[in-house]
Design a protein around this ligand. Structure first.
Ligand code: MN
Length: 131
């Protein structure tokens, strides 16, 4: 067993290649083989969001605080709030982030396939974000 003490691992700023705005990531667990679960806490400032992306084995989001959005192709983004859980099936193109006026923090749980948890696509256009 390992206990990772609160604050013992550094918070990282999410890459601007795959995120828009101020997004911070805190590690929760990268399980060792043969387990494949990967879990992080992600904090989005208002207007911040991921780029479009997919997950090879899907993803669960659990909203901890704030008000956020989750978007699919050709659909208006949906509001997500603290306590909400979202399941995104494998290969479904989507994005997630904060709203214009509120920050949002979620736990993201996904599994690695051949060492990869996501395939990144283009940034989300303002016209799709504000839809
Ligand atoms: Mn995702």
């Amino acid at each position: 067993m390992k206990i990772f003490k609160a604050g013992s691992r550094p918070q990282r700023k999410a890459s601007s290649d795959w995120f828009h705005g101020n997004v911070m990531q805190d590690p929760i667990i990268d399980a060792e083989d043969p387990a494949r679960v990967r879990t992080i806490k992600v904090s989005f400032e208002p207007k911040a969001r991921t780029a479009w992306h997919t997950h090879p084995l899907g993803q669960t989001l659990f909203v901890l605080s704030g008000v956020g959005l989750i978007g699919l192709r050709h659909e208006a983004p949906k509001i997500i709030k603290a306590g909400d859980s979202v399941w995104i099936p494998p290969e479904e193109e989507h994005w997630h982030g904060a709203t214009k006026d509120s920050s949002m923090e979620h736990v993201a749980i996904h599994e690695a396939l051949n060492g990869k948890v996501a395939d990144w696509l283009e940034q989300v256009l303002d016209e799709d974000y504000y839809l």
